[in-house]
Design a protein around this ligand. Structure first.
Ligand SMILES: Oc1cc(-c2ccc(F)cc2)cc2cccnc12
Ligand SMILES: [Mg+2]
Length: 214
């Protein structure tokens, strides 16, 4: 049996990046996915928007839904202030296994807790398991039909508070129309769309930033 796309991505990181250097890990993945084989990382173009929103929020506790190979995990963790924490949730164990190695290669394992399992089951356990009061920042990048139920779960579990920022990937492609309706029509969110392109392509996609108003 052959290797998987995530395994080939990991090989590209180990070959082309410098251990302990997150920027080189990000560049190695972007180069591989742009020139060798496409993969569903948030990518370099939308990644710059992620960076800017993250820098503005400067979260003490952040949550990522959908780790995949850890590309956006590395992008987020590299910008966290000392002592800040990122929890990332991945349903697929094969993806999680690669992500752990990529996060470790970047030297960011002390800032990141990767939890394997379905987000819908794990979110209600976050307070008890990790002593989280609430998340200052949430990056939604998992299956699009989970965006609304998981956002409602975060609200119901008191895991978002006034000022918490949700940033959702792929609201155009593959698309999350119910999510856009939810956050744009709710009086509890102030939403803004950042137009961009689907990673490594010229296809339109974008990020939706929604501030929870409490
Ligand atoms: O950024 C993403 C992109 C795609 C995607 C897959 C195939 C396409 F033809 C276009 C887009 C899927 C994702 C699934 C989960 C999290 N992010 C995704
Ligand atoms: Mg995505």
């Amino acid at each position: 049996t052959g290797s998987s796309r995530p395994q080939r991505m990991l090989k590209a990181v180990q070959k082309n990046a410098t251990k302990g250097d997150p920027e080189s890990v990000i560049s190695a993945i972007d180069y591989y996915c742009r020139h060798k084989e496409w993969a569903m990382n948030v990518g370099d173009e939308k990644g710059l928007i992620l960076d800017s929103v993250l820098t503005e929020v400067n979260p003490s506790t952040a949550l990522e839904l959908g780790t995949y190979c850890g590309y956006s995990t590395v992008r987020i963790a590299r910008l966290l202030s000392p002592g800040s924490k990122l929890i990332t949730v991945e349903f697929n164990p094969a993806f999680a296994a690669v992500a752990r190695q990529i996060i470790a290669y970047a030297g960011l394992q002390d800032k990141v807790t990767l939890v394997e399992g379905p987000s819908g089951d794990l979110i209600p356990k976050m307070k008890a398991r990790f002593g989280i009061k609430s998340f200052d920042f949430v990056f939604l990048d998992h299956w699009k039909d989970r965006y609304v139920p998981d956002t409602k779960l975060l609200e119901d579990c008191g895991l978002v508070s006034e000022g918490s920022v949700l940033l959702a990937d792929n609201v155009i492609c593959p698309g999350a129309p119910e999510y856009l309706k939810y956050v744009r029509n709710s009086p509890r969110y102030e939403s803004r769309y950042y137009k961009s392109n689907l990673e490594y392509t010229k296809v339109e996609d974008g990020l939706e930033k929604s501030v929870f108003l409490g």
